[in-house]
Design a protein around this ligand. Structure first.
Ligand SMILES: Cc1cc2nc3c(=O)[nH]c(=O)nc-3n(C[C@H](O)[C@H](O)[C@H](O)COP(=O)(O)O)c2cc1C
Length: 199
C-alpha cells in the first residue's frame, strides 16, 4: 500500500500511521480467505462492555458470495458506489442493541463495534490490505435486503481489498488517494486534567 506522508507529534506504531481510507482498490486481486479470517479474528478480540461482543460483521466477498456483494453494493450511497465498485469485499457492521445476559438496551454497542471495526482495519493494514469505512449507506434498505433481525442495527459499511499499484491510480482519484493525512493539533482535543487545556 502507498505510504502517505504523515507528521505525528509523538512516535506511534507504524500500523496507525500507515492505515488510511483509500479509494483505489484493485479489482483483479481478491482477498485470500485466510486473510479474511485473520482480519475477522482480530475484530473478534476487541474489548466490549461486559464482554458482550455486540458486533456482527456481514462479510460480502465478490469472489465467493457475489450475490451478497451485489446486494451490499446496492445499499451504498452513490458517492461511495463510484469508487467501491472495485472493492473485492464489502463488510456491513451491525450492533446488537441489547445485552445478551439480561436483554437490557446496550448503549455501548456502537462504541464496541467501532473498536472491533478498527481492529479489523489495523489487522488488514498489517497484511498490506486497505480498508475504508463508510457511513454513506442506506441502513433501512440494508436491514431489509439482508433480513437483519430488528434487534440488530446496521451501523456502517466497509470496503476491503488490495490497493492498485500507484502507477495505475485512475486520474479522477489520484489526488484524493495521495493527499497527505492530516489531523487537528493534539492539544486541541486531548486535555490534561481540565477541559480545554491541551496535553
Ligand atoms: C463512521 C465512519 C463513516 C465514514 N463514512 C464515509 C463515507 O461514507 N464515505 C467516505 O468516502 N469515507 C467515509 N469515512 C472515511 C473518513 O472520511 C476517513 O476515515 C477520515 O477522513 C480520516 O481519514 P483516514 O481514515 O484516511 O485516516 C468514514 C469513516 C468512518 C469512521
Amino acid at each position: 500500500m502507498l505510504q502517505k506522508p504523515y507528521d505525528t507529534s509523538a512516535p506511534i506504531h507504524a500500523l496507525f500511521a500507515q492505515r488510511y481510507s483509500g479509494v483505489c482498490f484493485d479489482p483483479q486481486r481478491p482477498v485470500p480467505p485466510e486473510l479474511l479470517l485473520s482480519v475477522a479474528e482480530a475484530a473478534r478480540w476487541a474489548p466490549s462492555c461486559n464482554g458482550d461482543e455486540p458486533w456482527r460483521f456481514l462479510i460480502c466477498n465478490k469472489a465467493t458470495t457475489p450475490a451478497a456483494w451485489d446486494k451490499a453494493f446496492a445499499c451504498l450511497m452513490e458517492g461511495n458506489q463510484a469508487w467501491c465498485r472495485h472493492a473485492p469485499v464489502l463488510v456491513i457492521i451491525c450492533t446488537d442493541t441489547r445485552f445478551t445476559h439480561n436483554d437490557n438496551p446496550n448503549r455501548f454497542g456502537p462504541y464496541d463495534c467501532g473498536a472491533a471495526a478498527l481492529s479489523l482495519c489495523l489487522q488488514a493494514t498489517a497484511h498490506g490490505l486497505m480498508t475504508h469505512q463508510m457511513g454513506g449507506f442506506l441502513p433501512a434498505k440494508t436491514q431489509e435486503s439482508f433480513a437483519i433481525p430488528e434487534r440488530y442495527q446496521p451501523l456502517a459499511m466497509m470496503a476491503l481489498g488490495y490497493q492498485l499499484p500507484e502507477s495505475e491510480f485512475p486520474a479522477q482519484w489520484r489526488e484524493r488517494e495521495t493527499k497527505p493525512r492530516q489531523r487537528r493539533p493534539l492539544g486541541a482535543q486531548f486535555f490534561a486534567g481540565e477541559w480545554g487545556k491541551g496535553l
